[in-house]
Design a protein around this ligand. Structure first.
Ligand code: NDP
Length: 393
């Protein structure tokens, strides 16, 4: 059962539908049923059933889960719904997977504490919850685990580098849900160094980094949620950072949006009605799901790692490049949704085929990376690696 029919939900539905041997029956449920119906029609072949559901309403979710009887829920709605969906999974005895950690609506705060707190309850019920199984978080954590397993005795420095070198032809648009995206990129920067978190002003640290097939792009250190679980699960890390590219135009728009108060999540009264500025802004910005048609160029996301192997210092770079155009041709949506939806499907496949198993709440780097890495190559996100190269960071 897939919850959420946005750009990512669309890709998950497409990719699951391609594998009837694993996903024999699929229900796509979301707040607006018509969006599910449109996706089901585009996929065709009666592969996808649809339903409307408010994923913040546990009894409603429980009823729907009971009526369909799925083995697992793939949550690609919004981070606000993580806890209610997990609660419904616990009540109905169903496994769970998501791509973004829970966030309270009234505070832009990304952390795993709320979901990790459910570990014992999932464990007692013999259920598995896999957190953060998109690209970043998701593939970046699997990449890190793969490096640790095959190429290092210890890793010391990790820099996750995320470039979107695509062009959608709009003056300003976000590549996924604008509310979540703007909350993420306007917060203070934060990275891990020598056993503690170092906070920076937003976009304070930047560098020109070279991305394969793309070239140099200005990249900024921002906080990203996988850092929290990676430094916990790989305690040999002396430093862990996350870099993302932003164009000057994008940052200028963002600054203006913030300066005029449109990024605020504090409700204001407007003509007798309470509105949240950032949610209103979302309503007037381009829909990320509609960017695909004219999107050209590539995304490039990878991990640059320094550590030791057999007493020698070494470096390693593992990455994927994804073409927006190819993603659109296959699934009708752009590369950012594609790079998130494909790993979510692969993670669900790992769970349903028993490659990933256990009871409790886990992050993806706690599982065997090998079968997942093999599927990336065959499901549309092939990866590349380079040893002992200049990491630039
Ligand atoms: P969209 O905004 O396009 O889609 C979200 C979907 O969730 C919409 O269909 C929306 O319904 C539905 N939804 C929202 N609230 C509810 C609710 N209360 N009940 C039921 N359905 C609801 O987002 P994306 O597809 O771009 O992103 C989906 C998720 O993927 C997000 O959590 C995002 O953070 C995550 N993500 C993860 C990445 C990664 O690499 N790990 C990268 C990019 C995204 P409606 O259509 O009615 O609004």
């Amino acid at each position: 059962m897939i919850i959420g029919a946005g750009g990512v939900g669309r890709v998950v539905a497409y990719k699951c539908a391609e594998h009837p041997e694993v996903f024999s029956e699929i229900l796509l449920a979301s707040r607006t049923k018509s969006k599910c119906d449109e996706i089901a029609r585009a996929i065709g072949g009666n592969r996808i059933q649809t339903a409307g559901v408010d994923a913040e309403n546990v009894p409603e979710l429980v009823e729907l889960i009971k009526s369909f009887g799925p083995k697992m829920v793939i949550n690609v709605a919004l981070p606000y719904q993580d806890l209610t969906i997990m609660e419904a999974c616990l009540e109905t005895g169903v496994h769970y997977l998501d791509t973004a950690n829970y966030e309270p609506k009234d505070e832009a705060k990304f952390e795993y504490s709320w979901q990790w707190a459910l570990h014992d309850r999932f464990k007692e019920k013999g259920l598995l919850a896999v957190l953060g199984c998109g690209f970043d978080p998701g593939v970046t954590s699997v990449f890190t685990k793969y490096a640790v397993k095959h190429h290092f005795d210890e890793i010391h420095y990790l820099d996750i580098v995320d470039a979107n070198a695509g062009s959608h032809g709009k003056a300003f648009a976000t590549n996924f849900n604008p509310e979540i995206n703007i909350r993420e990129v306007t917060q203070k920067g934060k990275y891990w160094e020598n056993g503690q978190w170092v906070e920076t002003e937003p976009h304070e640290i930047s560098a020109m980094l070279n991305y394969p097939e793309i070239g140099p792009k200005k990249s900024y250190v921002i906080y990203h949620e996988e850092l929290e679980s990676l430094v916990k699960n790989f305690p040999t890390l002396k430093r862990a950072r996350f870099w993302m590219t932003f164009g000057d135009e994008y940052l200028t728009h963002l600054r203006v949006i913030q300066n005029i108060g449109m990024a605020s999540i504090e409700p204001v009264m407007y003509q007798g009605m309470e509105i949240v500025p950032l949610q209103f802004l979302k309503a007037v910005l381009p829909n990320p799901g509609d960017l695909g048609e004219n999107y050209t160029g590539w995304t490039s996301i990878g991990c640059r790692i320094r550590g030791v192997k057999d007493g020698q210092e070494k470096t390693y770079y593992v990455w994927n490049n994804c073409s927006h155009e190819v993603a659109y041709k296959e699934t009708g949506t752009q590369g950012v949704s594609y790079t998130t939806g494909v790993p979510a499907m692969i993670g669900a496949m790992m769970m349903l085929t028993g490659e990933w198993s256990g009871s409790g709440v886990f992050n993806v780097e706690e599982f065997n990376p090998d079968p997942f890495m093999a599927k990336l190559n065959t499901e549309g996100l092939p990866w590349h690696e380079a040893h002992n190269v200049d990491l630039e960071v």
